[in-house]
Design a protein around this ligand. Structure first.
Ligand code: ZN
Length: 271
């Protein structure tokens, strides 16, 4: 399980400290923090505690939400992303995942322009801090208010426009992109541009009872996880496989049992 990383949102009921100690005990290799984990804490201290436990810090979730209807709203978003970069740097997280944002009633084209503008504005600070930014395309069902970037192609277009091959790339999450007829090609293209920064896992349940908080455990849905994962590995990607599951159902379970289910499911996919 050395490539297994768990996102702390997956075990939302646990505190930051519980996530660190329980993941380590369960044999998980990496941890991706969510920003709520840093509230009321010194990011540098959390980073030290994590490294002492032996866990790798994989990324910080999340920055983004750049579009806004007013200049002030967009500036506020940029400022928040600058704070996120500072936190990631202090924490020792090499990557920030960006959920890019969208504004209901504003065209997706306009939102995408504002996203590119927002990323462009904070990219120099990310470069100076040595923190990479990974655009996470979101499933089109979230195009109204969570992200106007819905495909790997759109994310690649923004990366091409902004041109920062070392520091700006893509976080590929199977939940959001499994349906894309261009997926295999886009994974290969992204990796060839040296911008495949992260790989997220969960599954798509049928029916999905909540568009945000009913994600499935690997193996209980319809996503060809191993197939997509093999495409990712075939590019030479050696990074973590990050389990990121928002689920009211699983958050209501005993979290130690839930973590055991995750590691069992992970081992079933990667026998
Ligand atoms: Zn994700």
């Amino acid at each position: 399980m050395h490539r297994l990383c768990v996102h702390t949102i997956t075990t939302k009921p646990w505190s930051t400290e519980e996530c660190i100690s329980r993941y380590e005990k369960a044999g998980v290799g990496g941890i991706t923090f969510w920003r709520h984990n840093l509230e009321g804490r010194d990011p540098a201290t959390v980073g030290e505690q994590t490294r002492e436990s032996g866990l790798d810090i994989v990324s910080l979730c999340r920055g983004g939400f750049f579009p806004g209807q007013t200049t002030a709203a967009r500036q506020k978003a940029k400022d928040d992303n600058l704070r996120c970069i500072d936190d990631a740097h202090a924490l020792g997280a090499p990557l920030i995942v960006l959920v890019c944002g969208a504004v209901p009633g504003q065209t997706l084209e306009e939102s995408r322009k504002q996203i590119a503008d927002g990323i462009g504005a904070v990219l120099p600070a990310a470069e100076a801090a040595g923190v990479k930014l990974g655009i996470e395309p979101l499933h089109p069902m979230y195009a109204d208010d969570r992200s106007a970037v819905n495909t790997m192609r759109q994310a690649n277009d923004i990366c091409d426009d902004l041109g920062s091959p070392e520091m700006l790339g893509i976080a590929a999450d199977v939940y959001h992109i499994w349906w894309d007829p261009e997926l295999k090609h886009q994974i290969e293209f992204t990796a060839a541009q040296k911008r495949l920064f992260a790989f997220h896992l969960c599954d798509w349940k049928t029916p999905t009872t909540d568009l945000l908080n009913d994600r499935g455990l690997m193996g209980e849905g319809c996503i060809p996880i191993r197939q997509i994962s093999d495409w990712v590995d075939a590019t030479g990607f050696k990074g973590y496989r990050e389990v990121e599951i928002f689920s009211n159902l699983y958050w209501s379970m005993d979290q130690d049992q839930w973590l055991k289910k995750i590691s069992d499911a992970y081992q079933q996919v990667y026998v």
